[in-house]
Design a protein around this ligand. Structure first.
Ligand code: NAP
Ligand code: HSE
Length: 427
């Protein structure tokens, strides 16, 4: 019976979850993968820090050389986060013939291609299920179970913090700052929540999903990003009245060999399954030409959900080692496809303006839209203090045409303010 030795890089939230799962189910591993799994070393910054888990004396180290120079360590499980030193350590580990499991979306979204290239040379494994949507299995399904499909579109609620904030604002009228504070207190948000609320976290996950779905390398920098900071309770209220909820979605689709990869708030109709995904839950909605519509739902963050994915990957690599077939799931980015600029995307739009309240205003605005080929599906006007508020939903139009029309409308003497532009999902 073989023993597979692993080293963890990081013993924070996720690292401790992995230790707990491996310790609690110790007797299962030999049955599940025909090998025992031993945590030989754990790299941390501070070996004296008080932790939730107890590990055998000598396991903790702050010296990377103790891990990289140990030929008995088969798998390096990176749970530190960030780009450096995680990237350098992983590259070095691969070059020493070690297999990699990581939960690091920043790294996969920026350096996925280089990591896969190094693994190919070394014949080693690279697994990263926890890097997108925490505990939800989605990387494995896209790489294996759905391999028979040409994927048409992937849309996901990929960030728990922003979904929590939007749910609270929409369902209870909680203000943005209060909802953010609650998300921080509940441990969903990052210490600096900018990456959550500005959509950067979701954009990294979208880049990974796009690369897997469309077999072309899509990086974080390729993803168009808008966060949720401009969404107001007024927008959420109008959305509700019009039959929608507002969600921050990561969207990636292919059309004519061009890839769309974008993260922004979206009005999702009540009839769409993503509209029912609330609080800190995540969900990924995949459209394939063979399978049709499928949705993967669950916890996108947190200690045990994320560790669940990490341990699943460890078991997969251990099975590969035992059966001598490591390196079998290599990079599937075998094509080059252009990334579509946001101005070339076609969408429906929700637009909210504050205007003066006098005859002819609606006609002026409709005229500008008409001149730019923007066709309107519905218009709502409400009287407010000092004027009127107009909410317009367009038919499907080119983003560039909407933006050009808005520039012109902004200059009209009747326009007081353009409050918001939110894209609308079609069913
Ligand atoms: P965390 O709680 O901040 O833990 C990070 C760990 O890495 C700590 O143990 C820290 O050591 C260690 N570390 C950081 N920099 C190091 C360095 N330069 N040298 C040695 N050790 C270092 O992070 P986490 O929440 O567990 O996240 C880990 C990874 O999982 C990240 O890539 C994150 O994006 C990903 N992820 C997290 C979640 C989640 O819910 N938390 C969900 C999905 C994915 P000390 O303890 O000594 O400071
Ligand atoms: N802060 C992230 C979220 C954690 O809210 O989803 C997982 O990446």
């Amino acid at each position: 019976m073989r023993q597979v030795n692993i080293a963890l890089l990081g013993l924070g939230t996720v690292g401790q979850g992995v230790v707990k799962i491996l310790q609690n189910n110790k007797n299962q591993w030999t049955k599940k993968c025909g090998c025992s799994i031993e945590i030989k070393k754990i790299l941390v910054r501070d070996t004296k820090k008080q932790r939730e888990v107890i590990v055998p004396e000598g396991t903790l180290t702050s010296d990377w050389q103790e891990i990289i120079q140990d030929p008995e360590i088969d798998i390096v499980v990176e749970l530190m986060g960030g780009i450096e030193p995680a990237f350098s350590y992983i590259m070095e580990a691969i070059n020493h013939g070690k297999h990699i499991v990581t939960a690091n979306k920043d790294l996969m979204a920026e350096h996925g291609g280089e990591l896969y290239g190094a693994c190919k040379q070394a014949g080693t494994d690279l697994y990263f299920e926890a890097s997108v949507a925490g505990g939800i299995p989605i990387i494995g399904p896209l790489k294996q179970s759905l391999a028979g499909n040409n994927i048409k579109q992937v849309m996901g609620i990929l960030n728990g913090t922003t979904n929590y904030i939007l749910t609270r604002m929409s369902q209870d009228g909680t203000g943005y700052q209060e909802a953010l504070k609650q998300a921080q207190d509940l441990g969903y948000a990052e210490a600096d929540p900018t990456a959550d609320v500005e959509g950067l976290d979701a954009a990294r996950k979208t880049a990974i999903l796009a690369s897997l779905s469309f077999h072309t390398r899509v990086q974080f920098k390729d993803v168009y990003v808008e966060g949720i900071t401009k969404i107001t309770t007024a927008d959420l209220q109008y959305a509700k009245e019009l039959g929608y909820v507002i969600k921050l979605l990561g969207i990636t689709r292919e059309e004519n060999k061009q890839i769309e990869a974008r993260v922004h708030p979206v009005l999702v109709p009540h009839s769409h399954p993503l509209s029912t995904v609330n609080d800190s839950f995540n969900a990924v909605f995949v459209l394939g030409d063979a399978v049709g519509e499928t949705m993967f739902f669950g916890r996108g963050a947190g200690q045990f959900p994320t560790a669940s994915s990490v341990v699943g990957d460890i078991v997969e690599v251990v099975n590969n080692i035992r059966t001598d077939c490591t390196g079998r799931l290599s990079c599937t980015c075998y094509e080059h496809k252009e990334i579509k600029h946001i101005s070339d995307v076609r969408c429906m739009y929700y637009l909210r303006f504050r205007v003066v309240d006098r005859p002819g205003v609606l006609a002026s605005i409709a005229g500008v839209f008409g001149n730019h080929g923007v066709s309107l599906a519905s218009v709502v006007q409400k009287n407010i203090k000092d004027g009127a508020e107009l909410v317009v939903i367009t038919h499907q139009v080119l983003e560039k045409d909407v933006q050009d029309a808005l520039q012109e409308i902004e200059k009209l003497p009747i326009t007081k303010e353009i409050n918001n532009l939110i894209r609308v999902a079609e069913v």
